[in-house]
Write a protein that binds this ligand. Sequence first.
Ligand code: ADP
Ligand code: MG
Length: 698
Amino acid sequence: MDFLNQDIKFLTGVGPKKAEILNKELGIFTVEDLLRHYPYKYVDRSRFYKLREISEEMPFIQVKGKILRFEKIGEGRTQRLSAMFTDGEQAIELVWFKGIRFVTEKYKTGVEYVIFGKPSLFNGRYNIVHPEMETVAQLPPPEMLGLQPYYNTSEKMKNHFLNSKGIQKIMLPLIRQIQGGIPETLPAFILQQFGLMNLTESITNIHFPKNNELLSRARQRLKFEELFYIQLNILHQTKWREQHFEGFVFSRIGHFFNTFYSHHLPFELTGAQKKVIKEIRTDMISGHQMNRLLQGDVGSGKTLVALMTMLIAIDNGYQACLMAPTEILATQHYATITGMLGNLGVQVSLLTGSTRQKDRTTIHEKLSSGEMHIIIGTHALIEDTVRFKNLGLVIIDEQHRFGVAQRSKLWGKNHKPPHVLVMTATPIPRTLAMTLYGDLSVSVIDELPPDRKPIQTYHYYETKRTALLSFITKQIFAGRQIYVVYPLIKESENMDMRNLEEGFEYLHQMLPQFSISMVHGQMKPAEKDAQMQLFISGKTQLMVATTVIEVGVNVPNASVMIIESAQRFGLSQLHQLRGRVGRGADQSYCILLTGVKLSADSRKRIEIMTRTNDGFEISEADLQLRGPGDLEGTQQSGLPFELKIANLAQDGQMLEIARHAASDILEKDPTLTSSENQIFVRQLKKLKTNTINWGAIS
Ligand code: ADP
Ligand code: MG
C-alpha cells in the first residue's frame, strides 16, 4: 500500500487514540486525508516587534525580551499572576489567571524569551493575557518561522492535545517526510498550461508557507485541482448519460400544440418564453434524454412553458406529469392549466394526498390505459400504484423541495427514462449552477411579461405599524388584496404561532370592516385549501400566513406583501415572498417590517431588497453573504460535495477556466480511455466514493 493511503495511527506523534479522534471528529483516516486538512488561517511569526510599536488593533504581537519580576495579586479564585516583561526599551504586563503554579515554576526571570499574544488595553496600559512563551533556544523550527498555520479543531480534539498546535506538531514531520515527492494528481501539461505549482510544493506551502507569495500559489493550485475535478466529473457523467440513455423522440408538433397556440393562448409569448420552448424542443428531438433546468424569476411565466411542453409530448402519443411540492400549488397549477386548455380535449386530472380513494382509483385506471394525458399533483404521483401507459415527460416545479430519492422514482415509470424538465424560481448564480446542476442543461427566462410594473419595496420599523393600516385600507378600497407573512421557524415554533395568531387578532380588531384568511403549516390540507380559496375568490381581502404561501401561489389581484420580522428571512426567501405580488397590472408593494435593532447582515439584506427586483442579482448577493452551503435550494438538497479550499462566491473565474480545461479533455477523449488520461480516471474514482451522481437522479 502506498504511503498516502496508510493509516494515520502509524504516523509520528499520532497513535491509536489520537487517530480515533481524528477519524471521528474530522473524518481523517489516511495520510492523504491528513495532508488535505488545510489550515483555515495563518499568522505571521516571521517578524519580531518592539514594544513601542504596540497598538490595540494588532491581532498578535511577537516580542523578544526578559521577565523582570513576577507578582501574585489577590487571593483564591480571583488570584492572578502578573509579570513585567521588557524588550530592553519598554515594559509590558503579562497576565495569567490560570495555571499560575505551572507558569512560576517554568519561566524564570533574566532568561530571554519570545512572547506571542494579543495585546489589550487595560486602565490605559497594554497587557497580554496568557501569552505563548518560548525560550529563544526553543524557537520553532525554520519552517514555522514564517506564516504559522491554524487548524480547525473541536472541543474533544483539544482535550486530547489536538488543538491547532497539536495538529501542527503532527503535520511538521509529515511534511518533511513527503519532501521526496508525492504522486501528482494533475498531468504535467495542465500544470504547465496554467502555470501551477506541483502537488508536493503546494501541500508543503499550504501547511507551512515560507511567504505570502508561495502560499498564494499553493492555494491557486489546490483550488484549481478541486474545481477541475468537480467539473471533469460532472461533464464526464453528462457524456456518459448521453451515450447510455436514448431519449424518446418527440418529432411532431401536432393538433394539440397548434390549436392551443393559435386559439387558446391568452397573450403573446414573451421572447424569452419562445426561446426556452425552442431549447426544450431541440432536446426532445435529439434522441437523448432531456435533463433540463428551467430558471425563471417569479412571475416570468414558467407554467405556460410547462403546459406547452406537455402538449408536445401528448401530440407525440406520450403522457406527461407535472409535480409540485405543495398541495396548494398543485391545485393551483391544475386550475390554471385546465382554465387555459378550455375545451381543447386534453384529459387532465389532479392527484394529491387528499384525493378521495374512489377518484384515485379512477385516475389510476385512466393513467394506465392511456386515456389520461396529463396528471398534475404532489408527491402522491411518485407512489408505486401510479402507473402510466406511456410516460414521456416529467416536469418538476420548484425542484429543490423534493428529495433525491423522490425524483429518481419518477424515472422508473417507463421503460426508457422520460424527458425531465425541472423548474425553479430560485435563480442560482452561474458558478453554483455549474457545480450543483453541472450536467443539467440550463434554460433561463430572463424577461418578464410586458406591462409589469416593478414592485416597490419599502422598509418600515415595527413601531410604525399603525401607519400601515391606512395604506392597507386604501389599497383594499381600490380593490386590491393584501398578504401579511410571519416567519415560522422550527426552533421557536410556539412563539411564532403566537405571533401569527396575535397578528391576525390585531388586524381583525383594527380593520373590522374586512375579512381575513389565515393559513399555516399546522392546518389540515382541507382547511388550508378552504382559506386559500376564500382569498383567491376575493371573499377575503387579507391573507395572514406563514411561508407556506411562499412558493408559486398566484393571486394576480393581490398587490401588497407585508413581511413581519423580515430580518429573520433569508434573501431568496424574501424575494420569493415578494414575488407573490406584482402578478397583475396594478402597482404592487412589498413592505419589510423589522425591529429597530438590526445586525449588519440583516441591514444589508433589507438594503438589497429595497434596491433591486432582479432575482439573479439577489442570489449573487445571497451567495456572497452566506456562502454556497446555506443558499436556498442547496440547503435541502445539500451540495453534492464538500469544498475544502475553493469558494464558489469568490472563485467564479477560476471555475470557468477549470471547466474549460475539463471540457477540452473530454472533447478529445470522451470516455477517458487513452493511457495519458488514466490519471484523471484514478482521481475521479476517488471523488466518486463520496459524491452522488446528480446526473442520474434529477
Ligand atoms: P412563474 O414563472 O412564477 O411560475 P407563472 O407561470 O405563475 O409564473 O406566471 C405568472 C403570471 O404571468 C400568470 O398570471 C400568467 O398567466 C402570466 N403570464 C405568463 N406568460 C405571460 C405572457 N407571455 N404575457 C403576459 N402574461 C403572462
Ligand atoms: Mg410557478
